[in-house]
Design a protein around this ligand. Structure first.
Ligand SMILES: NC(=O)c1ccc[n+]([C@@H]2O[C@H](COP(=O)([O-])OP(=O)(O)OC[C@H]3O[C@@H](n4cnc5c(N)ncnc54)[C@H](OP(=O)(O)O)[C@@H]3O)[C@@H](O)[C@H]2O)c1
Length: 182
């Protein structure tokens, strides 16, 4: 079981543009490794901006083909606000210290991986407590010039350990790193 930050980034290190848009990423479609990745995930965590993006995306699809909450796994959403729930989705709203939440996620994942969807600072909070095992970062061939940062933390000495670098669809490079343990 691992705790993984699996995300896509622009070449200049942003996971969303300054107005939280993802068009720069969605123009490429989904990477072909996602079905294998999600099969091994037992619990999901995200911050409120990411959750609100998913909510807005579901709303945008109204009138088009029916879309549903994308995760079968229990999902913990970090927020200090009262956010709308999604009928039928196993979403738990939490706030504050990530450590007790991570403990519950690991228990409920029952041997599967914990996926930290983002954003970057939330993942940084898990890093601060030594709770992140792997970064799996798909680099898209675009630059954004600003936006939501990939991981606004200093992890330099010891550095991340490169596990693999693979190309996908002649478009993306996917980098997999292990986070060093003290
Ligand atoms: N490229 C990709 O694959 C990818 C992946 C994931 C996300 N994204 C995008 O990246 C952007 C990330 O947005 P973001 O940087 O704002 O990050 P975020 O983590 O989605 O949201 C940050 C917000 O979550 C809440 N939060 C974070 N930690 C908390 C804690 N410990 N306790 C309580 N609340 C907490 C706070 O809001 P409140 O307390 O005010 O609610 C905070 O402002 C979004 O646009 C998302 O759609 C892209």
């Amino acid at each position: 079981m691992k705790t993984q930050y699996y995300t896509a980034t622009s070449l200049d290190g942003f996971i969303a543009d300054p107005d939280h848009g993802l068009d720069w990423l969605l123009q490429f479609g989904m990477t072909d490794d996602y079905p294998d990745f999600i099969r091994d995930v037992g619990a999901v965590a995200m911050g409120s901006t990411t959750y609100e993006w998913v909510l807005a995306d579901l709303a945008r699809s109204a009138g088009g083909p029916p879309q549903t909450w994308p995760y079968e796994q229990p999902t913990w959403v970090f927020t200090s606000r009262d956010l709308p729930a999604i009928p039928g989705a196993d979403v738990r709203f939490v706030s504050g210290d990530v450590r007790p939440v991570h403990e519950r996620m690991v228990a409920e994942a029952a041997g599967k991986n914990v996926w930290l969807v983002g954003g970057g600072d939330l993942v940084g909070q898990f890093c601060d407590h030594g709770l992140v095992d792997e970064l799996i970062v798909t680099v898209a061939p675009v630059t954004l010039g600003g936006g939501a940062p990939l991981l606004p933390r200093r992890i330099a000495t010891p550095p991340l350990r490169l596990v693999s670098a693979t190309t996908h669809a002649d478009t993306f490079v996917q980098l997999r790193y292990e986070v060093p343990r003290d």
